[in-house]
Design a protein around this ligand. Structure first.
Ligand code: ZN
Length: 566
């Protein structure tokens, strides 16, 4: 049956002409409507969250001894001994005071020794507490003034966390291979810094001395290599942009190196010598990846630092301008069809995903770990943009919806702020499916592409919160998207479209069941290819339809919602 109009929407409240209006009215929230506006749920209702430890509170909070200063610059200058599995050296930390104070907070894992902390020649006193280092100055540091301290340390950093934090390994040929991946554990597991997300240095130098014959590849632009004459060579790298602490990385090994260019952008590739030939066709995907993301968001964010792909002994990590790679030089993710719909095998998941973080995660950064969906939800969505750029919208939507089975909806995506909370994995897949839903809500692809680009351009090189994202999209879409963002981000459940067929033929009631009281979102329903847009709210509305309960479908590929037909 093909009819031009499937639904006759009855605008307004439930009509008395409806034979079963009273039955529906009992479920209507209209009579209990409250005047007060819903408050922004700053604390997510997340019963599944771990109880923070003292370590988490000191690490997670942007406390008074962090907020009284603004980071400007680090020079991390260290020596790494593969035999001893040890590090020694110092971080020179430059910061501007934002208020008068005599104390600041930095962080360093308790297993590492503090050799000295100096302001010029003056040794500073400090107190260590659960990974935090509170440094006391003999005189008041003045607001507006810039200070520099040298924080010297040494010892054996622990290997812990998903990717080890820092690992002292051997490559398959038995040569030293030392790598960092410390987003989860925090960078202070191997070097002293202000270990939080909100504040970043404006630029950084990284100098790493390693035994002769080994190479260190860190972030930024390679500036020099100096034989120190004692069996060690120092590798110097300069980062010209703000950088997350956890993005700062060591990759020490017997690397083979080759280069390419994409316009003005230097591309550098570092792999174990045995992997040189097989890496070349695989790493060639970097160019198409950068072209795709530049198409949607604008230039690669770290042009002066170049783009690097570096082989590492774990699957991959988005280290800024120095993406680490361990995806077997195969398409898909560790040999798998990652979203299970036949599209993932067309490209290398790690190159496409981890590099997407250069735009979302490294350039646009969350202020708190609890808002990490700004990194992972967005970058997972970027994967689908890569697919769309290469193979079109239909494949992109199919790829994205392959993520549906990975979503659990057991906890909110946004975790509590200031407690070093680790958000649920839903931040990836559900975050991306939410953005795909928002595209459908906007309902105009040209406008959507403009919103994405403008959003990125507005917040590049900045640290933002979930509230910043919502406020910006509200302002620039001309819609109140707050209840939609809140439902997907701050509650466990996704919105459920309630469809209730009346006893009278051809009558259908519909509304959203959602935690957000003012939840309202358009959705398409009908039959495949013949969709019509409904504007459900959390109050029952009625329509007439010629489509039976069995035949009526909701456009679930474009709207990540549940449906309950009764
Ligand atoms: Zn990621």
């Amino acid at each position: 049956m093909r009819v031009a109009m499937f639904f006759v929407l009855l605008v307004g409240s439930l009509g008395a002409s409806m034979p079963h209006a009273s039955a529906f009215a009992q479920q209507s929230p209209a009579s209990t409507e409250q005047k007060d506006k819903p408050k922004l749920a700053v604390r997510p209702n997340d019963a599944g969250a771990a109880i923070p430890t003292r370590f988490d509170l000191l690490r997670g909070a942007y406390g008074p001894y962090r907020s009284n200063n603004d980071l400007l610059y680090y020079h991390l200058n260290i020596r790494v001994d593969p035999q001893e599995k040890s590090i020694e050296g110092k971080n020179t930390i430059r910061f501007r005071m934002l208020q008068d104070a005599t104390r600041i907070q930095l962080d360093l894992n308790e297993s590492l020794k503090i050799d000295s902390i100096l302001l010029g020649e003056t040794p500073l006193k400090y107190q260590r507490d659960s990974g935090a280092v509170f440094i006391d100055f003999p005189h008041t540091l003045r607001a507006g003034q810039v200070y520099s301290i040298d924080f010297s340390y040494s010892g054996h950093p622990p290997e812990t966390g998903r990717f080890g934090g820092i690992t002292f390994k051997k490559d398959p040929a038995g040569r030293d291979w030392i790598n960092t991946a410390c987003e989860e554990t925090g960078a202070s597991i191997w070097w002293p810094n202000k270990d939080q997300w909100r504040d970043e240095v404006e630029s950084m130098d990284i100098s790493v001395a390693v035994p002769n014959g080994l190479t260190d590849v860190s972030n930024g632009h390679f500036t020099a290599k100096t034989d120190l004459g004692d069996g060690y060579t120092r590798w110097d790298w300069h980062v010209s942009y703000p950088i997350n602490n956890y993005d700062v990385s060591l990759n020490i090994g017997d690397y083979a190196h080759y280069s390419d260019r994409l316009g003005d952008l230097a591309l550098d590739f570092y792999v174990l010598p045995e992997d040189l030939e097989r890496s070349k066709p695989q790493f060639a995907q970097a160019k198409g990846m950068i072209e795709a993301y530049e198409h949607y968001f604008g230039p690669y964010p770290f042009g002066k630092d170049g783009y690097k792909l570096i082989e590492a002994p774990y699957s991959g990590m988005e280290h800024q301008s120095a993406v680490t790679y361990g995806n077997l030089f195969e398409n898909g993710y560790l040999g798998r069809d990652w979203t299970g719909v036949g599209i993932s095998p067309r490209f290398d998941f790690i190159i496409i995903h981890e590099s997407g973080h250069e735009w979302f995660g490294n350039s646009v950064t969350a202020t708190d770990r609890g808002d990490m969906w700004i990194h992972e939800g967005w970058t997972t969505y970027l994967e689908s943009l890569y697919v769309e750029y290469r193979w079109g919208k239909e494949d992109a939507i199919k790829y994205l919806n392959g993520y549906r089975p990975k979503v659990h909806n057991l906890r909110p995506i946004v975790a509590e702020r200031e407690v070093n909370a680790n958000p649920t994995e839903d931040q990836y897949f559900k975050g991306a499916l939410m953005l795909n839903t928002l595209r459908s809500v906007v309902g105009d692809d040209a406008k959507w592409w403009m919103l994405l680009r403008d959003f990125y351009q507005r917040f590049k090189y900045q640290n933002i919160s979930t509230d910043d994202v919502i406020a910006w999209f509200n302002q620039h879409s001309g819609r109140n998207l707050t209840p939609i963002f809140n439902q997907y981000l701050r509650h466990a459940a996704i919105p459920r479209l309630e469809l209730l067929w009346g006893e009278a033929p051809g009558t259908l009631m519909y509304k959203w069941a959602a935690d957000e009281k003012d939840f309202a979102m358009p959705v398409r329903a009908g039959t495949t290819g013949h969709w019509q847009t409904l504007q459900p709210t959390t109050k029952w509305q009625m329509m007439r339809t010629s489509i039976s309960k069995d035949d009526l479908q909701v456009d679930l590929d474009y709207f990540f919602v549940d449906v309950n037909k009764q």
